[in-house]
Write a protein that binds this ligand. Structure first.
Ligand code: PEP
Ligand code: MG
Length: 569
């Protein structure tokens, strides 16, 4: 029976494969009291085990890339820490066998770490446990339980993985990692991201529901695991995995080569991202910019509100990777399906239409201003644009701009520099914003159409409710009319407009949107190459005439028929 499990994406990507359930080595030992005359031999056994452990770590470090090696250099430092050594020795001298002594000393450190309020420090407990298990295993002359002899396309499931499990596994055969525990900043997550292995954690009931040999499909962008997936779903995930692998392997299709239609119209190809690791950000210079950076991801991955400084550093990192390319940072869009564990908000009957997104920012100005100050401060490090989500009225946008202005003044008073050329834009995702786009275009520098929500609100269809999928019609003529209206308004005002909803990353969507006048499309990076290929095979003339026909249609079905007949084979 097929089933879907949910978790948090630690490393984005897609995969389909067979499951292998991994049980890491557990440092079992008997707590033995030793006699005085056994103290020396126990100290020697500890030192010898530590020596073997250090050899293992040297091998791992020399075989690893820079990022992974640095994790194990830190392990090496802890392993050889003189303070730990003297504590273990004094425990042995007090009459404990060496395994017991090692365990007690490490437990003490683990407990200290567990009291930290900083989640990333707590994650280091796993590193301590990893080192402890390594010493005790080496003392017992046991080999590492390596994740090596695996079939191709294996998906590892485990309660939790130690960093050394992840680092020493045979990456070429592992296409995904699923765990019940482990956070975004865990080293396992860092290593998985550095190898580009999709990983999801926090999956409740994982080990109960899935067993070795089961087939699963992973969408580690949405944090979903499909157990025994249906053939269409499996094919879809496989396609996404292949597309992403291709983009990662060869983003040269996009590097420095503008996307131009057959009749010479330039289309800007931009990417949508959440928060990303350094290696994931390497591609950012190779696209025409970031059309949507969902900043709420940073909040969702953090155990508490990220401070102004933490945000500043995260934003600066993206800007530095992007060079001169524009990056549109969307201010926090919390609410609806995006909740923060640490921000308890009143329950609402209709959260998608409730106190969410920009409205929430207005209700909690300090949260909003902290983010705006961080954004302004980072603006000196690149080409930063600020984009406000869920704008429903002109006043919404004006109010956001006023608060931004207050933040500028506060930074002025504190003598903190920021760029004076930061562009401010509006997301068009509530139908009212599309209808008054001409008014918004007078004061906005740019707009980005969020088709995901625009469709939801235009047709009053909950985008999260798969039972009413057939009502969620991205190609309904009413949606196309709103898009056209917004495009015309912004173009008439000489302001740029882009689409960053999912529609831009589909073949039909990209075709109709460019036909409606858009010259800038922002999408998941896995879609960039195929949409670029499509654009290079079309003429704007034919796309425009197709869009004009579509605008006259009475139903989505009619629109889809026209698009399918017009696309190049
Ligand atoms: C949208 O609504 O189209 C959009 C891009 O924003 P999100 O999907 O994050 O709501
Ligand atoms: Mg939206």
């Amino acid at each position: 029976m097929s089933r879907t499990l949910n978790g948090n994406s630690l490393s984005q990507g897609y995969a389909v494969g067979k499951v292998f359930k991994y049980v890491p080595y557990s440092a079992d030992f008997v707590r033995m009291r030793i006699r005085k005359d056994q103290v020396t031999e126990n100290i020697q056994a500890f030192l010898a085990a530590r020596e073997r452990a250090s050899k293992e770590l040297e091998n791992i470090i020399s075989a690893s890339d820079k990022e992974t090696a640095s994790v194990f250099q830190a392990h090496m430092m802890m392993l050889t820490d003189p303070e730990i050594e003297s504590e273990v020795i004094s425990q042995i001298e007090s009459g404990k066998c060496f395994s017991w002594a090692v365990s007690d000393v490490f437990i003490k450190y683990e407990e200290t770490l567990s009291h930290s309020s900083d989640e990333s420090i707590k994650e280091r407990i796993n590193d301590m446990k990893d080192i402890e298990a390594r010493i005790i295993r080496c003392a017992n002359q046991k080999k590492e339980n390596r994740l090596t002899d695996l079939e191709d396309n294996t998906i590892i499931i485990a309660s939790m993985l130690y960093p050394s499990d992840t680092a020493t596994m045979d990456h070429s055969r592992i296409s995904g990692i699923l765990t019940e525990n482990g956070g975004m900043t865990s080293h396992t997550a860092i290593i998985a991201r550095s190898y580009g292995i999709p990983a999801i954690s926090g999956i409740n009931g994982l080990l109960k529901v899935i067993k070795t040999g089961d087939e699963v499909a992973i969408d580690a962008v949405a944090g979903k695991v499909f157990v025994h997936p249906a053939p269409e779903l499996k094919a879809d995930i496989q396609l996404k995995a292949e597309a992403l692998a291709k983009v990662r392997k060869d983003s040269s299709g996009i590097i420095g080569v503008p996307t131009v239609t057959l009749d010479g119209t330039r289309i800007d190809m931009l990417a949508n991202i959440g928060t990303s690791s350094d290696s994931e950000l390497d591609f950012v210079r190779n696209v025409d910019g970031i059309g949507l950076l969902r900043t709420e991801f940073l909040y969702m991955q953090s155990p508490t509100f990220p401070s102004e400084q933490q945000q500043f550093e995260a934003y600066r990192k993206v800007l530095e990777h992007a060079g001169t390319n524009p990056v549109s940072f969307r201010t926090i869009d919390i609410g609806g399906d995006k909740v923060l564990k640490y921000w308890k908000l009143p329950e609402e009957l209709n959260p998608s239409m409730g106190l969410r997104s920009l409205r929430l920012c207005f209700a909690y100005p300090e949260v909003f201003k902290t983010q705006l100050r961080a954004l302004l401060r980072s603006s000196v490090h690149g080409n930063l644009q600020i984009m406000f989500p869920m704008v429903g009225t002109l006043e919404d946008f004006q109010r956001a701009l006023t608060i931004l202005e207050q933040c500028r003044k506060e930074l002025d008073q504190a003598g903190v520099p920021y760029s004076d050329s930061v562009k401010t834009g509006v997301m068009i995702e509530i139908p009212s914003a599309a209808i008054i786009a001409d008014k918004l275009a007078e004061i906005a520098d740019f707009a980005s159409i969020g088709t995901n929500d625009l469709v939801q609100y235009t047709l009053a269809v909950d985008r999260m409710n798969t039972d009413i999928d057939s009502y969620y019609q991205q190609f309904n003529p009413s949606v196309l009319m709103l898009v056209e209206r917004a495009v015309k308004a912004f173009q008439a005002a000489g302001k740029s407009i882009c689409v960053c909803g999912e529609m831009a990353g589909t073949q039909y969507g990209a075709a109709i949107l460019t036909g409606l006048g858009l010259r800038s499309l922002s999408m998941d990076r896995s879609r960039l190459e195929s949409i670029r290929n499509l654009m290079c095979r079309c003429t704007i003339e034919s796309l425009s005439s197709m869009a004009q026909q579509a605008l006259k249609c009475s139903s989505q079905d009619e629109v889809l028929r026209i698009v399918s007949q017009s696309l190049p084979q």
